[in-house]
Design a protein around this ligand. Sequence first.
Ligand code: NAD
Length: 485
Amino acid sequence: MTSEHTAAVAGVAVDTRHWIGGARVGSPTAFTDVSPVDGRVLAGVARGSSFEAGAAVAAAKAAFPGWAATPRAERARILHAIADGVQKRSEDLAQVETLDNGALLRSHRRGVMPRVAHNFRFFADRLLTLDLDDFATPAGAVNHVSWDPAGPCVLITPWNAPLMLATWKVAPALAAGNTVILKPAEWSPLTASLLADIAADAGLPPGVLNVVQGYGGEAGAALVSHPDVRRIGFTGSAPTARRIAAAAAGHLTPLSLELGGKSPLLVFADADLDLAVDLAVEQYDNAGQVCLAATRLLVEHSVATEFTSRFVAKAARLRQGDPRDETTDIGPLIHPAQLEKVDGFVRRAVASGAQALLGGTPNVELGGTYYRPTLLIDVAQDSEIVQEEVFGPVLTLQTFADEDEALELANGTRFGLAATVVTSDTGRARRVSERLVAGTVWVNCFFVRDLRAPFGGSRASGIGREGGTWSFDFFCDIKNTVTSP
Ligand code: NAD
């Protein structure tokens, strides 16, 4: 049931308006939010323009001095209260997120929502231990380094892990003493609205967190070109990053860009093949809509046949279906346009000589936006399917003769987000890791994340690092005060 400003999604009331200056604000027009699970319309969501973007930046600017002056311990207390609220409403958040973006309900329940709460707790606690010891010059002048709040921050986030990626930026920005304008992706706008409710209930003062809904080219573009914005944190695709960087250049607004990838998974002949197969099959998680996904399987010649047959046997057993079903392994893609995009990549690859050992088509039995987990072989290193991010359940497999060739293939795209190495030889693991171009290298594991560690991409996968102290480095104006002896 939907009232004028509220959508009931999985029985949860979600306000479809913006959240600006501690109040709900509507727009004259709305955009339609459709569920990838069954194609049902979930909500008509306020379609923000430069007007609402300007109002949100003004609210964030007005709230900034008060929040920046709030003692760290009090800011940390409120962030923990937000984490408590996330935990309390975690089932609501999981249900709404699943209908909104189609990722598995069990992942949202067991992995994502606990991580959302942890994002707030981690940065609240890290804030309290941020300081460096003062240090003196030989002549006795004392250097005192402080992480000063920067001002209003615009945070623009994608649809593949909406609340997790939003709070990965919202939490450190708020902890640092900044105010925030969050613009979630238009394909998955709903949990950001629930976050606004949770933050208000936790006692976050009005204007400290604002949520503007709408299209990237409208509300998003207005936010990133606003002169009063002091930081832009963006997670999304490289083409959008270029537009945002161009807009930010107008006011020299500092940017952090977390972008796409085409990460490799290297399987050496000495690898535990069971582990290698498990890690490779894991790349179909979230229907492959994961920036970090190791979508290029690179396997040493001598074990390629064995690896491939075990991989195909295991991947063929994955169950595709409704993401709310506990037994489902792979849900739908986010949107019909994404299905078209993924299918186009695969069709062009097959037309130019690739062979699908698995999948290769939409799942017509399920209909909607379900795409079969796919493995393509006979792919050339310079082909589109090897070089471009597909963002669907599509893996390629290439073989290599030795470490040098493995590294040439692994580093042979314009991306550099992550890499996974499977080997039982620790010397090889070290040598190969040192030569991989990637923000994160996993050895004999995948997706192990510790929020103290830096996170980000090299080359076209991004600019800057977030996580731990790196998030505060980005979200603060770091100042050195030198006092003469
Ligand atoms: P996208 O670039 O299309 O959109 C991301 C966000 O940018 C959305 O909120 C959109 O509304 C907004 N946007 C679009 N145009 C804009 C403009 N001109 N000005 C301001 N905002 C604008 O990306 P997507 O399709 O939503 O997400 C998928 C991409 O995100 C993939 O490339 C994926 O690899 C990447 N990603 C990266 C990470 C990471 O941490 N490195 C994490 C998740 C996703």
